[in-house]
Design a protein around this ligand. Structure first.
Ligand SMILES: Nc1ncnc2c1ncn2[C@@H]1O[C@H](COP(=O)(O)OP(=O)(O)OP(=O)(O)O)[C@@H](O)[C@H]1O
Ligand SMILES: [Mg+2]
Length: 140
């Protein structure tokens, strides 16, 4: 488990770029943490590595947004509004995992149907500093 302190959204974008550079086909990244903690911002950083930073929109209402890169498609999910894993399966969610790279905001809500191995990034905020985020990164 790795712990990272990020002071401001620029540092979050930079971390996202580094994560983007290491992605491989089939990778699944779960982003967990309260509203406004930076899950979409980190995803923006990942897409920035691929030159797609201008295209990002939050998938809150669409559940999944798809981005094309030369190596693999990136599927950006936000499962906050789903009832749970059954609804994720019903939209064919599981089929995305092996077709590209999946980044899943609120992915802990569907923990029971995630692949056996994935990266879990947990975000927490600090009351006294609105721009500070503490991330823990673990390989599950
Ligand atoms: N260090 C930081 N890292 C990321 N975002 C930061 C940081 N400091 C301030 N922010 C601000 O916090 C907000 C994070 O919003 P973001 O949409 O990424 O959160 P989220 O976790 O995806 O929320 P939601 O659960 O609603 O989808 C942005 O407005 C961003 O500018
Ligand atoms: Mg978000």
């Amino acid at each position: 488990m790795q712990k990272v302190v990020l002071n401001g959204e620029t540092e979050t974008i930079e971390l996202g770029k580094k994560i983007g550079a290491q992605l491989k086909m089939g990778d699944v990244i779960v982003l967990t943490g309260e509203l406004g903690s930076g899950k979409t911002k980190l995803t923006e950083g990942i897409l920035t590595f691929f030159g797609l930073q201008n295209e990002i929109s939050s998938p809150t209402f669409t559940i999944v947004n798809e981005y094309q890169t030369p190596q693999f498609p990136i599927y950006h999910f936000d499962v906050y509004r789903l009832e749970g894993s059954d609804e994720f399966l019903a939209i064919g969610g599981e089929e995305y995992f092996e077709k590209g790279v999946s980044i899943i905001e609120w992915g802990e809500m569907i923990a029971d149907i995630l692949p056996p191995q994935y990266t879990k990034i947990s975000f927490s905020r600090e009351l006294k500093d609105d721009n500070k985020r503490i991330l823990t990164i673990e390989q599950i």
